[in-house]
Design a protein around this ligand. Structure first.
Ligand SMILES: [Fe+2]
Ligand SMILES: [Fe+2]
Length: 271
């Protein structure tokens, strides 16, 4: 590049934001976090950001946009609110998992521009322990790469999956071909973040934004009662602090598209 040093790109990726308390906690701290880590672009998983922790509505998207979020990924809960379907059809900043049938509203891939560079983002769902019979995530990624790679070598994949082995499998499958494979959906952060041999950043799960003393963001009492009685129950978002914000900061070599560093963020505070 004519000896011109290309500046690294720093991307913050934040895990599933759970309900109103999650969104409040995110909005209280995102500005400071972006400054602290010199963040160029912000991506969040928003499948639980609606008030009751299920799905996402257009006004949530507006709020996330105002908070400086560039792209919102999702997962199995993205369909929960009917009024998001039209939004998915007409906007590219909210993704649904790419491996749902093509007749579903929205897309699972987008490219956005930051510092005059293009960044590809993919939302993808796992198949192990999921009720939904989505297409094979591996073959779906092959197709997506043939579309994305001619445009950019900076590609960030949100793999919304349950099983760590499936997440590791996709990460090794994509090692050297994408910038990062970041796990979401379990809402529980794992400590296995690293750069794989081919240069792809990987973590099994980046965690969530929500109440710390909860079960994956929801009131523990009702979930526990359901486990002990096998009776159906209603999930209610836990709104009492302290809260946790889980995510990662990626430092990206913009010439190769590979990750130089993946730093795990786990921030806990009362408000
Ligand atoms: Fe979730
Ligand atoms: Fe999920």
């Amino acid at each position: 590049m004519h000896g011109k040093m290309m500046k690294d790109l720093k991307v913050l990726f934040v895990g599933d934001i759970i309900g109103e308390p999650g969104l409040r906690f995110f909005s209280n701290h995102i500005k400071h976090m972006r400054e602290k880590y010199h963040i160029d672009a912000t991506i969040v998983n928003g499948e639980n950001v609606a008030k009751n922790g299920r799905g996402i509505i257009p006004s949530d998207m507006e709020q996330l946009k105002k908070l400086g979020v560039d792209v919102v990924t999702s997962g199995n809960h993205v369909w929960a609110k009917n009024n998001i379907h039209a939004y998915l059809e007409s906007n590219t900043n909210l993704l649904r998992p790419a491996n749902y049938p093509s007749s579903c509203p929205g897309k699972g891939v987008t490219v956005f521009s930051v510092n005059n560079m293009l960044v590809g983002v993919v939302s993808l769902q796992g198949r192990v322990f999921f009720r939904e019979l989505t297409d094979c995530p591996f073959r779906t990624m092959q197709t997506i790469l043939s579309y994305l790679r001619p445009q950019t070598n900076i590609i960030i994949v949100d793999f919304h999956a349950e099983a760590t082995a499936e997440k590791q499998g996709l990460a090794f499958f994509l090692d050297g071909k994408v910038t990062a494979v970041l796990g979401t959906h379990s809402h529980v952060q794992t400590a296995d973040e690293r750069i794989l041999p081919g240069g792809t950043a990987f973590i099994s799960d980046i965690g969530m934004v929500g109440a710390l003393n909860s079960m994956i963001g929801f009131k523990k009492e009702s979930a526990l009662r359901a486990m002990m009685t096998q009776m159906p129950h209603r999930f209610e978002v836990e709104d009492e602090g302290p809260f946790v914000l889980g995510g990662v900061v990626l430092t990206i070599d913009t010439e190769t598209g590979m990750a130089k560093k993946i730093e795990r963020i786990r921030f806990v505070a009362d408000l």
